[in-house]
Design a protein. Structure first.
Length: 79
């Protein structure tokens, strides 16, 4: 179903490795959209909900391909 929205933001607690990297008080942000990243950074400052932008390394794209979903939420052991 089309929702006529400009962005969809998925928040999950499934990435334990992100908690290892950033701790319990900072969420990881993955996006290749510079404007959305800037908006999320600004919102983070206003709400005092800390967020850190994570790299979107294109060389990992092959590992994220999925037959079912847009992308898999898991890659290889490293990266």
């Amino acid at each position: 179903k089309e929702l006529d929205c400009s962005s969809i933001i998925e928040l999950s607690t499934l990435t334990g490795a992100c908690m290892v990297a950033l701790g319990k008080g900072v969420s990881g942000v993955w996006t290749d959209d510079e404007d959305l990243a800037a908006d999320l950074t600004d919102i983070s400052k206003v709400t005092e909900e800390k967020a850190w932008r994570m790299p979107m390394e294109k060389s990992y794209n092959k590992e994220l391909e999925s037959k079912i979903a847009d992308i898999k939420n898991i890659g290889g052991r490293y990266g």
